[in-house]
Design a protein around this ligand. Structure first.
Ligand code: C5P
Length: 310
């Protein structure tokens, strides 16, 4: 009888568990957006206030033993979003991952699985947020130890809204192309009921459609920021503004119709986020947001949701 037993795993290959983790990739909402003209590089000079909302995609990062980069959609993604999610080179997650490898001259691999919940072409920056989350996630997964400054530089090379999410702040005044981020300290909680019409908007097309007018009085953006700092929805409602609204409505008449219907059904001021096509109203608290959302239940729209910012 063999009394000297080896532990059962002695001959099994010792496999180190692959590191894996998941991160939230939040949607933003713009409560102020002014355009200060077109720049020589073709972009527009912006002054916008963005808020990070509680609507989010989830990105799961898994290390691989080879240098392949793969992006795939989780089964539980919103079905309406799976058809439009690009899996080719235009995918911002892949572009962010490649940009990081180029900057660090490394060949790490990863599988990134996306649970997609943020509507596309909605002015909620779902794609930009995914890119920022990829920069933050791969910096950790690959142990790159890149500074925030380096991540910001990489973000700016990929798009205009990505820096806001790299900053990981609740709210910010974003200037330049949108990539210069100055965090704002908000108080309290802000509630929004948002809806997207049947079709989305292309950001470049909305900017092309824009006709320049006199810019808003400087006091308006200051009031927006103060309203956020004081936690005042009432003041935010009066100060909020989006220069792109008219251009977006001209391009996509469904926006004008949606905004009209939201106003009729709730008697609230209706705003648009970013270049659209998401439109929203503000509520004083969660209960009121629930009531207003219920009133909009029969609205003819692609997506309806209650968002908040804490
Ligand atoms: O930078 P991002 O990829 O988010 O921008 C998409 C498009 O929106 C740009 O190619 C440009 O046409 C337009 N845009 C702009 N000015 C900005 C931001 C975006 O004209 N500040």
């Amino acid at each position: 009888m063999n009394t000297h037993r080896r532990p059962p795993d002695t001959f099994a290959p010792v496999s180190k568990p692959e590191p894996a983790f998941q991160l939230r990739s939040p949607a933003k909402i713009n409560v102020f957006l002014e355009v200060h003209g077109k720049r020589d590089d073709g972009f527009h000079e912006l002054e916008t206030v963005m808020l990070r909302t509680n609507l989010y995609d989830v990105l799961r990062f898994e290390a691989t033993t080879c240098d392949a980069l793969r992006v795939r959609l989780a089964d539980y993604s919103l079905p309406a979003l799976t058809a439009t999610f690009p899996l080719d080179d235009s995918n911002l997650i892949l572009r962010a991952a490649r940009a990081l490898r180029e900057r660090t001259q490394t060949r790490h691999g990863a599988v990134i699985t996306v649970n997609k919940q943020i509507p596309a072409e909605a002015g909620l920056a779902g794609g930009s947020s995914n890119a920022a989350t990829t920069l933050l996630g791969l910096n950790r997964l690959w142990g790159l130890n890149l500074t925030k400054q380096t991540l910001h530089e990489t973000a700016a090379s990929l798009g205009s809204d990505i820096n806001f999410f790299v900053e990981e702040c609740q709210s910010a005044l974003c200037t330049g192309r949108g990539e210069q981020v100055a965090p704002i300290q908000t108080s309290g909680c802000f509630h929004f009921v948002a809806a997207q019409p049947g079709s989305g908007n292309s950001t470049p097309e909305v900017f092309r459609q824009l006709e320049f007018a006199d810019v808003t009085d400087r006091r308006r953006i200051q009031s927006t920021i103060q309203a956020l700092q004081r936690g005042s929805t009432a003041h935010l409602q009066v100060a909020s503004f989006n220069r792109l609204t008219q251009a977006a409505q001209q391009l996509n008449p469904e926006i004008a119709e949606l905004m009209h219907n939201m106003k009729q059904m709730t008697d609230r001021a209706v705003f648009m986020s970013g270049s659209g096509s998401t439109c929203y109203i503000m509520a004083r608290n969660q209960r009121e947001a629930g009531r207003l959302k219920a009133r909009l239940q029969h609205l003819n729209c692609r997506w309806l949701g209650a968002l908040n910012v804490r």
